[in-house]
Write a protein that binds this ligand. Structure first.
Ligand code: MN
Length: 287
């Protein structure tokens, strides 16, 4: 099932041509009281809501895509984990290009040498929010990535069991200012983390290790790859991440970007597509 949020607070099921409003099925979500949980309460509740969602969608009219505004599929991830250099060809292009590695040797190492990094929650926006470029004197790059949404809490999860902990998948864009600073700093500017256009539940993607995806800028292909070329696969990333910290429902793992990273400038339009998920168009604007 493809589940979306839209029109400021509504929930939908995505079907051919549009969205069915199933907000009624989400009425049982707990009302927020302080202190707020560190996980996403909608993702945590999702397994128990699936029957009600299917019933709510049954017979409901389809709202055409051009009549709805899609919002973030996961509103409150407790943390956004990201994998650096997780495609071998991307590591090779970083090593070859000085304006990618900036002589920072940490940018040129294998993923298991440098580990994972975190992106700030304040950088996260949905599929209908443009990317704002504020560092116009620096190179600002696109990175398309398969994004994994964790469905239940776990620590020290084995790779063999890892996919049981996945709620679903969405498209991730990990925007980046190139430079010598730490990755978390350069990838956490406002609007520099994008998730969308919706969440595809894990049952629709039983094997996340063979998925084609592509990112174009102004219609020209920049990145075109398949998740079979991940250095650490989705199960291995979950095992690795959860060996350091507990994963909670709604935590997002940006699985890494393949070769072909490139610059975007104000006025550009990105189009990101992942097979089995969908596609979205993102404009680049001045911040
Ligand atoms: Mn990335």
């Amino acid at each position: 099932m493809k589940i979306c949020r839209f029109d400021k607070g509504r929930f939908g099921v995505v079907v051919d041509g549009g969205v069915k409003d199933v907000t009624f099925a989400f009425q049982s979500l707990p009302k927020a009281t302080y202190p707020y949980p560190v996980h996403d309460v909608m993702i945590a509740a999702l397994p128990g809501l699936m029957t009600a969602i299917a019933e709510a969608a049954n017979g409901t009219e389809v709202l055409p895509f051009d009549q709805v505004t899609l919002d973030l599929p996961v509103a409150n991830p407790g943390k956004m984990i990201a994998a650096p250099v997780n495609y071998q060809k991307h590591l090779e292009e970083v090593r070859e290009q000085a304006d990618l590695h900036h002589n920072n040797t940490a940018h040129m190492k294998q993923i298991k040498e440098i580990g994972l990094f975190l992106k700030a929650g304040s950088s996260l926006v949905g599929p209908n929010v443009p990317v704002q470029i504020t560092k116009t004197d620096r190179r600002n790059d696109h990175e398309i990535e398969l994004a994994v949404v964790i469905g239940k809490a776990g620590k020290n999860i084995s790779a063999a069991a890892a996919l049981d902990y996945v709620a679903g998948y969405t498209i991730g864009i990990d925007m980046t200012v190139r430079g010598s600073e730490d990755r978390s700093f350069r990838k956490s500017l406002d609007t520099f983390s994008i998730l969308g256009p919706w969440l595809v539940t894990a049952d629709e993607i039983p094997d996340p290790s063979n998925i084609d995806f592509e990112l174009t800028v102004n219609g020209a292909t920049r990145q075109k790859a398949n998740t079979r070329d991940l250095v650490l696969s989705v199960p291995e990333l979950i095992e690795y991440a959860s060996s350091f910290y507990t994963l909670y429902p709604g935590d997002v793992i940006f699985t890494g970007t393949p070769e072909g990273v490139g610059e975007v400038k104000v006025g550009d339009r990105m189009h990101a597509a992942i097979d089995g998920i969908g596609d979205m168009t993102i404009d680049i604007v001045a911040g």
